[in-house]
Design a protein around this ligand. Sequence first.
Ligand SMILES: Nc1ncnc2c1ncn2[C@@H]1O[C@H](COP(=O)(O)OP(=O)(O)OP(=O)(O)O)[C@@H](O)[C@H]1O
Length: 334
Amino acid sequence: MSIIDVSGITKVYRQYKRFPGFVGSLRSLVTRQYTEEVAVRNLTFSIKEGEAVGYLGPNGAGKSTMIKMMTGILVPTSGELRVMGVVPHEARQRNSQHIGVVFGQRSQLWWDLPVRDSFDLHKYIYKLSDTVFQNNLKYYTELLSLSSFINRPVRQLSLGQRMRVEIAMALLHDPKILFLDEPTIGLDVMAKEQIREFLRMINQEKKVSIILTTHDMKDIEEICHRMIVVNKGNMVYDGSVEQLRTTLGDQRQVIIYFREEPGLIDIPEMKLTHDEGLRKTYLFEKKDRTVFDCVNQIASEHDIEDATIEGVDIDSVIRNLYRKLEEDELANGM
Ligand SMILES: Nc1ncnc2c1ncn2[C@@H]1O[C@H](COP(=O)(O)OP(=O)(O)OP(=O)(O)O)[C@@H](O)[C@H]1O
């Protein structure tokens, strides 16, 4: 059963031109000249109950805009969007019963109040029964190890502690869907890992559907089965990481340690991606020859000390996809 249905959604931002100075500001009011920015362009997808979906794309691709439309904060310019049958911006309150939202860069907590008071306010706003509230508070306090700072004001918490509180709060009213915009941004490796483990658990055990945006591919690898990749408002991929690897073909990362500078290596299958002097990294993409064949040719023409051949990791898969998009744009003169 699908819980989110997005059909032909477009969001255009209108930015009014401002003229400088006092006279300018009057002119801005009168002329109302504007430019338009298409942040999301004719997107269609649906998300099923229990799915964990990574929403990816380079900076400015339109990820936050899409999340804001699904949570009802922004109104689409055109198209149809339903979250559990509800049009989010038309019924924000009803929509908020089904969803939890975490914005990594913006807190939903009361800065000067103890954590516990923010939870109490949430109980009041969502009209939670004492039983549901107490049970969930206990459950998330334990799972996210909140007890040592639950009576401290939010402003005294570390970023990692605050993120755990934000996530607990977003889940207190038992939402079916959790939206997270960059939940691990700025966290250290351990804190990231703790949050990923928790999200994986509530997705698998509590069947909470998860939609998250991130620039950290490990978040996707460890939490999401599916990823939607957008670029300049358009969808460029929807499927599993494995499928994307296959779609991009047989790619390998080849690192060669040369004894002396080799100059240009002119082999169509081998693209230089990282140049650190005598240590060079190439992306091998299969055309007519095998990777061993290509490395052998380089070894016969140059003095090399060592070479390693690896399958590409998920970071490289996405980097290669973004690079391909850029190359296509350049080729199309965009
Ligand atoms: N309030 C706004 N007014 C005008 N333009 C906006 C507004 N918010 C976003 N944009 C523009 O819309 C486009 C998409 O922005 P959005 O924040 O959705 O991207 P994003 O994929 O979340 O980016 P990032 O990874 O950098 O957070 C960008 O070109 C941005 O400049």
